[in-house]
Design a protein around this ligand. Structure first.
Ligand SMILES: NC(=O)c1ccc[n+]([C@@H]2O[C@H](COP(=O)([O-])OP(=O)(O)OC[C@H]3O[C@@H](n4cnc5c(N)ncnc54)[C@H](OP(=O)(O)O)[C@@H]3O)[C@@H](O)[C@H]2O)c1
Length: 281
């Protein structure tokens, strides 16, 4: 039985993907911060698919200590890992100022960039023990609105200025940069790496009650043009379970697409990788 870990699988696209991958007979681990909604999602997936090899494991990805402990638990529980999907993301737009965790990291950067970096690195041994492993990073089509976006290495953790939306987009840029570096590092191994460019997907607004009335209104308008989480999750599922593809970034129609220019620049990617190593390993 193949094994797949999906972060943030208690809701939205991650939950849909977990169900689709479980329906294909994989053992699926829902890596969730919220254990209550994780358990609920797990029960629903078991009922819908008849696959009993679905379980929840708790991890708050904003904390490297929890991410490390989660990885260690996986290493002691599983012989190999076939699919790792970095789906969870912090896009809480109600935040007014940078939230610094007890470990000293800005929590969005920690969740969206550092945790995927640490988790993949910790689980690399398990991934290498699979015959055909895949690591999938989840990015956003919203980055297309900012074709010239760059990272400001002096403000990676909101040291100078902070806005949750700007931080989110820069985090997704950084995630793609690390994804490409990892892909290059693991070329010619059994572990393939790719990314998904998620389009406008319906969000469960009951999860985002703290945001302002204007943002709620904007989300409402946006949701009229959104596709369903199930539809978007099909791309995760294809990349996770079907014939291995060589491309880097795929859109909601499984077309290979280009990332922002900055993602392909070697020097900033090297710098980012070294910063992530310093902050996590
Ligand atoms: N929906 C869209 O239009 C859209 C567009 C572009 C990209 N995306 C990307 O698609 C992915 C899935 O988003 P979605 O639309 O399915 O939204 P969602 O339902 O809000 O899912 C986000 C998931 O991330 C989890 N998460 C957040 N912070 C976490 C932490 N510190 N530790 C562990 N888990 C954490 C959430 O868990 P909790 O339940 O504990 O909060 C939730 O399960 C994200 O990477 C997002 O950036 C979505």
């Amino acid at each position: 039985m193949k094994t797949c870990i999906i972060t943030g699988a208690n809701s939205g696209i991650g939950k849909s993907a977990a169900e689709q991958i479980a329906a294909k007979g994989y053992r699926v681990i829902l890596a969730c911060r919220n254990i209550v909604s994780g358990e609920k999602a797990c029960q629903q997936i078991k009922t819908m698919t008849g696959n009993m090899h679905v379980c929840v494991m708790k991890v708050d990805l904003s904390l490297m200590s929890e991410t490390r402990a989660f990885a260690d638990e996986c290493i002691s529980n599983f012989k190999e890992l076939d699919v790792l999907i970095h789906n969870a993301a912090d896009f809480d737009l109600s935040r007014k100022s940078a939230n610094i965790t007890v470990e000293g990291n800005e929590s969005q950067f920690a969740t969206n960039v550092l945790a995927p970096f640490l988790l993949t690195n910790k689980l690399l041994g398990l991934l290498k023990d699979s015959r055909d492993a895949r690591v999938i990073h989840v990015s956003t089509k919203g980055l297309m609105l900012y074709p010239n976006l760059k990272l400001d290495f002096d403000n990676l953790q909101g040291q100078k200025t902070y806005h949750p939306a700007a931080t989110y987009y820069r985090n997704k840029l950084a995630l793609l940069m690390n994804s490409l570096t990892l892909k290059e590092k693991l070329a010619n191994t059994n572990v393939s790496v790719c990314a998904v460019r998620v389009t406008n997907v319906k969000i469960d607004m009951s999860r985002y009650q703290n945001i302002s009335a204007i943002l709620k209104y904007m989300y409402k308008i946006k949701s009229r043009f959104a596709i369903s989480p199930d539809e978007m999750a099909k791309v995760y599922t294809l990349l996770a379970t079907e014939r291995k593809l060589d491309g880097f970034l795929y859109d909601e129609k499984m077309r290979e697409v280009k990332a922002n220019r900055f993602v392909y620049k070697k020097e900033p990617r090297k710098q980012l990788w070294e910063i992530c190593e310093h902050l996590t390993l």
